[in-house]
Design a protein around this ligand. Sequence first.
Ligand code: PMP
Length: 394
Amino acid sequence: MFETLKEQPADKILMLMQAFKEDPRDNKIDLGVGVYKDASGNTPIMHAVKSAEKQLWEAETTKAYTGLAGDPAFGNAMVALVLGDSVPRANVAAAATPGGTGAVRQGFDMLLAANPDVRVFVSNPTWPNHLSILKHMGIETVPYRYFDDETRGVDFDGMMADLAQAKKGDAVLLHGCCHNPTGANLNMAQWKEVVALLLKTGATPMIDIAYQGFGDGLDEDAAATRLVASSVPECLIAASCSKNFGIYRERTGLLMAVSQDASAQKLNQGTLNYLNRQNFSFPPDHGARLVTMVLTDDTLRADWMAELEAVRKSMLDLREQLASELQRLSGSDRFSFIAQHRGMFSRLGTTPELVEKLRADHGIYMVGDSRLNIAGLNKTTVPILAKAIIDVGI
Ligand code: PMP
C-alpha cells in the first residue's frame, strides 16, 4: 500500500546543512540552521544544565512514567518563567510536550478541538514549520502582513489591517519575541494595539515563544506574552526550552492555555492531557527535569542566567559589529536594521539569486529567503560576510 504515498518535499534547511557539510572550502561559513553556536562554532551544553545532569544521575531513583502533562514541577517552573506573576497560576493549564514544536502542534490540535473550522492567521513570513504543520493538519491559514521589505522592520499598518479581518473562532499566531525568520519585532506600544484589536475582533491569540532570553533579556522578552495573557479572555502559549537551555535534542517544551477562571482552567487542563494521550501519551521527562532543577535551585539558576546573558550579549555584539562594518563598506545606513533586529536571526531582505551567489562565490550559507543566523558568525567572519554582502551587490 505504501506505493500510494506521495514524495514529501525535502526540508530546505536540512538540505542546506548537507550541502554545507559537503562543501570542501576551508573558509565556508554556515549561517543556516537555527542553532546557537559560540565563537568557535560549537553548540555547548550550558554549565548549569551539565551540573543538573550530574546531580540527576546521582539522585534519580526511577524512570517510571510521570503524568500526561509531565512533571507538575516543570509546569510550575516554566509557567513562572514565561508568565511571571502576570496571571494567577490557577488560571493556567499547562502540559509538557516534545519540544516547542510539540507545543505548537498540540496548540493547533487544541484550536481544532475547540473549533473544527478554525482559521489560523500567520505572519508573512513565519517559521516554515508553522505552515507545514497547519497544512498537514488541514487547518486553513490566513497570512497577515508582517515584514516590510523596504525598512526591514515590521509593516505594522499592514499587520493591523490584516488582523482586523480575524473573527471570533479564529486564532492569531504571534511570535512572543525574536521573530523567526525576520528578527523584526513589535515594540510594546504596538503590542498594546494588537491586544486592543484582539479584544475587538474576539480572535484567540496563540503565542509561540521559542527564544526567551535571546533578545533583550528574560523578562523583557516575555513582556509581550505577559501583556497578552493578562489582557485577553483566553490564549495559548507554546514555549520551547531548546534554545535558552541549549537542550535541543532533549525535546523540551510546554503548552499553556490561559483562561479567566478556574473552571475553564479545569476543562483546558483535561483537554491538554487528553491531547497528549492521543498523540504520544507521556511527554519526555529528562530535559524537563533538568530545566526544573536549573530554575528552582538558586545556584544553578544564577549560573544559567549569567551564561544565557553572555550568549545574548555575544549575539548583540555581532549584530553591532556587522551593522557597523556594513555601514563602513557601503557608506550608508541601509544595514542598520541588523543592529535593531533581535534574536538569533535577521532577514537581509534580498533575492534567492543573491543568496545563491553568496554561497557559490563566497561559501556563505544562509536560507534562501535571506535569513542569516547571527550566532553562526564570530569576530573574524563578520568582516568577511560584510565584504561578501557588498561584493554580490546586496
Ligand atoms: N517556534 C519557533 C518560531 C522556532 O524557531 C522553533 C525552533 N526552531 C520552535 C518553535 C521549536 O523548536 P523546538 O521544537 O526545537 O523546541
